[in-house]
Design a protein around this ligand. Structure first.
Ligand code: PEP
Length: 252
């Protein structure tokens, strides 16, 4: 049975005290609650990763980075390598987020390199895919997502692919307050799973966690997660308040 996941992408938000408080609240919740088949991941800014990995010991919290270099090591000022993240106890890394594709010009090829670098360091990529609004309006959303997966993930051998989490994040829904309808989410998730069946076979496709991201919050999570192919969420804005994030976790 595949694992459901709720992952919080904090983006570039919160100061040290606020980050500390948010992690403490999530840890306290997890220590008092037994969750049935739901993994909880926080993806804080890199400067707070140690805070998170320190707190994530002996409980059910996992820690993800928001980005990693496609290079192994060396003269890349400001960059953070997969090896560094792994040595800090980081378990996941968001790769291919639309903000990084848009503002940092991350292309398919670079994303494939980042995916490889993550896996090489035993870090599971949370690979984001999704179309922009004009692509959906032109009826090209399936084609766009297919290409994103083919170009940056489908070179992987099944053994490596089994460590990948996919996040479908329609770009028009990210940070806009406009959520995909449960039907739109399910339709795309089922499409992605079918691509996985064709590429890797039924068993691996069934085991792959596919998250929905894009203005998911405490009010709409239950309806989204109720779909057979929606295995949880990658949560941006709503992951910054512990009450709201916890309530999303409880939507399963
Ligand atoms: C995200 O950035 O991955 C995201 C889903 O953001 P939001 O929930 O704020 O739309």
């Amino acid at each position: 049975m595949r694992t459901n996941i709720v992952a919080g992408n904090w983006k570039m938000n919160l100061n040290f005290e606020e980050a500390d408080e948010l992690i403490n609240n999530i840890v306290e919740f997890l220590e008092n609650e037994t969750l049935e088949n739901v993994g909880v991941i926080v993806c804080p800014p890199a400067v707070y990763l140690e805070l998170a990995t320190d707190q994530a010991q002996d409980n059910d919290l996992f820690v993800g980075a928001q980005n990693m270099s496609n290079h192994e090591s060396g003269a890349y000022t400001g960059e953070i390598s997969g090896r560094m993240l792994a040595s800090m106890g980081v378990n996941y890394c968001i790769i291919g987020h639309s903000e990084r594709r848009k503002y940092f010009n991350e292309n398919h090829e670079m994303l494939a390199e980042k995916v490889n670098m993550a896996l090489k360091n035993d870090i599971s990529p949370i690979f984001c895919c999704g179309e922009v609004l004009p692509e959906r309006e032109a009826g090209k959303h399936f084609e766009v997502v297919k290409k994103q997966l083919e170009e940056s993930l489908f070179h992987l051998q099944p053994g490596d692919f089994s460590n990948v989490v996919i996040a479908y994040e329609p770009v028009w829904a990210i940070g806009t307050g406009v959520t995909a309808t449960p039907e739109q989410a399910q339709e795309m998730h089922a499409f992605i799973r079918k691509l996985l069946v064709d590429k890797y076979g039924h068993d691996l496709a069934d085991e792959t966690t596919i998250l929905y991201g894009g203005s998911c919050n405490a009010k709409n999570a239950k309806e989204l997660f109720a779909n057979p192919d929606v295995d949880g969420g990658l949560i941006g804005g709503a992951s910054l308040k512990s009450d709201e994030f916890i309530s999303i976790i409880q939507s399963f």
